[in-house]
Write a protein that binds this ligand. Sequence first.
Ligand code: BES
Ligand code: ZN
Length: 390
Amino acid sequence: MLKFLFVAPLIAILTVLVTGLRIKIQDSVDFVYDEFQLSNLPNEGKRLIQTSPSTSEWMTEEQVLGLIRKNIKFMDVTDYRSLGTRYKAFKKHGRFQFPLSTAFEDEVMPFIYKLSTEHMQKNLEKFTSFRNRYYRSKYGEESSQWLYEQVANIVKAANYSDPILSVKQFSHKWGQKSIIARFRGSDDSKSNEVVIIGAHQDSINMWMPSFGRAPGADDDGSGTVTILEAFRVLAEGQFKPSRPVEFHWYSAEEGGLLGSQAIASHYEEVEIDVIAMLQNDMTGFVGKKYPEAFGIVVDYVDSDLTSFIKKLIKSYAKIPARDTKCGYACSDHASWIKAGYPSAFAIEGAFEDSNPYIHTSNDIIDHLSFEHMLEFSKLSVSFAVELSHV
Ligand code: BES
Ligand code: ZN
């Protein structure tokens, strides 16, 4: 009895302390948007997660984080369950025929000569200095705003006499916005045939997403600055495509391809045709298993477009291509494939030779090669020019 009298208040004090501490930790670490969580309460707050074209399951946030930690690829399809059901129905003309060879060397080469690692390095240093770029943290919002300003500065500096170049932010239910820059095409008969070059801007620390350090230098800071450099030389060189060419920096890839699904769903809904999409996710690490090469993903991509990508590499890059696989829903190209549009995916090398530090505080610039990234910028420039005119 005496023992109980002593232990009970102790337990009560401990309980109060622990609860208080938990509330305090939550208060200080959570930049999570409650509105987002509360307004998405199908199945008691769970998310509908697809891990293969035929497997989906309702999962808690903790279970979803478990997938990332175990390196299991997934798409969070909770809000995009109709993706891929409409476009296929409206498209009446046949598949786009990709050319069998490259044909615009005279236009591509001057842009390629203008590419440099200098801007990429400076941009990546700043981009990795945000604590993380998690799509639901305030840092992710700030990094997105900074990136938007860089793209907007390039648009302004290009100063086209006919304003064919523009940029806008694409808002989501969470704080971090996607970014879309667009060169209007000059051929009116092709104004609905868009060419897209993409990368994802968010990063994640898989142990502590909201407040853990996640420089995301390779994943996917590298792809972000790779396509920004391609965009810079095209804009500064007054690129005038025949078809519209867009550069996309997606929010929330690490949350289950959320940003790209939102945009692909919108394009599908308003019946925009996308003739080709190229994803750049991780372009900076050179592994030791094989000689330096582009990793060209051959699963869950469009095989004709992928064959054309290999031709671009042969014509315009210094290093060869190596086929590799990345699995279902590995990156944002998967959202476009699911919507019914042809997409392709270039990565830094063979998947099994890729950067082992991703999703941790150690995904830093020191492990990366800017010369390697530059090869991917060449690919993006040639992709934009060739496919916009052909
Ligand atoms: N950048 C990775 C995908 C990747 C990994 C590309 C290794 C090249 C080499 C991407 O950001 C990622 O983390 N994808 C997740 C799935 C995503 C839906 C959370 C994955 O691969 O597990
Ligand atoms: Zn990742």
